[in-house]
Design a protein around this ligand. Structure first.
Ligand code: GBH
Length: 459
């Protein structure tokens, strides 16, 4: 695996949140198109049909990245564009868009970082059972092969899944995300099949890279949403509550991926609840394929306390509100916990390079008549979390890069366009882009960090 000379600075987006053009060039519906068309699911009935119209404005967006001085851009491929039926051959017209994007990035000196799956499953595969069905893991590996064969000559950084917790829990348990199912047993099966799909895809990509003499440059991995779960007190009940929450949100993914086994306390409890992980012989070896990189999407920590068990005996610890600043999502601003998280990860799961693949905040922006947003709070949020990341690096953690979420205001899932995470404003009437104060801050910070790194010759 490659060790970059320098820490990488980037910004991230995802396909359904920015592309629009949902019916163009052979793209078929994803589960998000279906979910958005279901009344009562998304704020104001918003959909990703147009989103930021990035599909038609891609060169302008890449030019903005270049102006900001980004090293790297993390984006996802829309599976229903690349392989419309979720099975069978790739779709040349859909793949051509990503060809153009990759070429445009490279022409501007920006490294492309591809995520294969950021939640837009082809609807045809959901109709065949979705992630609760084991077959989808194999379909995912086939799709990974199509994507790698198309772009692997120019892209060496590959992430399989973005945040499998969200796909499984929000998609199949709470129903807040597509496909909107509420079935805990299905959700647990989805966890396992997402991880299995990840492992199969890693193996596929490594084999294809080796066959093409590209193994040295390859960096492949996964991105997890990880949130420290802090006990409200030292009481055994609160400690147990925090341990369960950490288990269900964090260890359930980290342990199989990086230790080759599910955490016994969580797996046993899921079994008792009638929601077993459907593990077959050999699955854990597949899931634990060595990865070069683990991406960490970090937004907040939570403080948890014991509470009576919820429906059907499921643990339901209480999340306590602390007296700290909050974003427009009502998420607590807790940068110090990011340093602690990275330190813990590097100690308990040594091996991979860690990247902050998302970090950012929604705030209630107001644009002036030119479209400019003076978002001092978002700039401050970025500053504190970049400081926290670099503090971990200075403590010796192998953290190699940071991506702001998000480059653009975009479709914020069940909140539609009602929440803005961009460092660049998007006017949803004119689709005009205007960098906010936070984008200026980020560009200056990146330039300063790169200058300091060059001066000290630091790796
Ligand atoms: C990411 O997910 C997604 O990858 C991205 O697409 C999305 O736009 C972005 O975040 C912003 O939402 O209420 O305090 O308990 C975020 C995953 C999981 C982060 C739930 C916040 C709850 C925090 N989220 N978590 S709290």
């Amino acid at each position: 695996m490659t060790q970059h000379a320098n820490f990488l600075w980037g910004a991230a987006t995802s396909s359904y949140q920015i592309e629009g053009a949902v019916n163009e060039d052979g793209r078929t519906p994803s589960i998000w198109d279906t979910f958005c068309a279901t009344p009562g699911t998304v704020t104001d009935g918003d959909t990703g049909a147009v989103a930021c119209d990035h599909y038609h404005r891609m060169p302008e967006d890449v030019a903005i990245m270049a102006e900001l001085g980004l090293d790297v851009y993390r984006f996802s491929l829309a599976w229903p564009r690349v392989q419309p039926d979720g099975t069978g051959a790739g779709n040349p017209a859909g793949i051509a868009f990503y060809d153009r994007l990759v070429d445009e990035l490279l022409a501007k000196g920006i490294r492309p970082w591809v995520t294969l799956y950021h939640w837009d499953l082809p609807q045809a595969l959901e109709d065949a059972g979705g992630w609760p069905s084991r077959d989808v893991a194999y379909r995912f590996a086939d799709y990974a092969a199509i994507a790698y064969e198309a772009l692997g000559d120019r892209v060496s950084q590959w992430t399989t899944l973005n945040e499998p917790w969200c796909s499984a829990v929000l998609g199949y348990m709470t129903g807040r995300h597509a496909p909107g199912r509420q079935d805990a047993r299905a959700a647990t099966a989805a966890v396992h099949h997402l991880l299995l799909g990840h492992g199969l895809a890693v193996r596929t990509i490594r084999d294809l890279a080796a066959a093409n003499g590209r193994s040295d440059a390859l960096e492949v991995g996964i991105t997890l949403n990880l949130a420290p779960k802090l006990p409200a007190s030292d009481s055994p009940a609160d400690l147990a509550a925090a341990h369960w929450e950490d288990g269900f949100a964090n260890r359930l993914y980290l342990d199989p991926l990086l230790r080759g086994e599910y955490p016994a306390d969580v797996a046993d409890r899921l079994g008792e609840l009638g929601c077993p992980l459907p593990v077959q012989d050999g699955d854990l070896e597949t899931i634990a394929q060595p990865v070069d990189v683990v991406g960490v999407n970090y937004y907040s920590s939570q403080m948890v306390a014991a509470a009576p068990t919820g429906q059907n005996g499921w643990p339901a610890p209480a999340t306590l509100r602390r007296d700290v600043p909050r974003t427009a999502m009502d998420w607590e601003v807790t940068p110090g916990a990011l340093t602690d998280l990275l330190t813990r990860l590097d100690r308990e799961y040594p091996g991979p390079a860690w990247y902050i693949t998302e970090n950012g905040a929604a705030y209630a922006d107001t644009a002036d008549e030119t479209g400019y947003v003076d978002d001092a709070e978002r700039a401050e949020y970025l500053r504190e979390h970049i400081d926290a990341t670099l503090e971990a690096r200075d403590l010796g953690v192998n953290v190699r890069g940071y991506f702001a979420w998000s480059l653009l205001d975009n479709f914020e899932w069940s909140f539609g366009y009602d929440r803005r995470f961009g460092i660049v404003r998007v006017d949803y009437d004119t689709l005009e882009r205007t960098p906010k104060r936070s984008a200026r801050y980020y560009a200056e910070r990146v330039a300063a960090e790169k200058k300091a790194a060059a001066e000290t010759g630091r790796l």
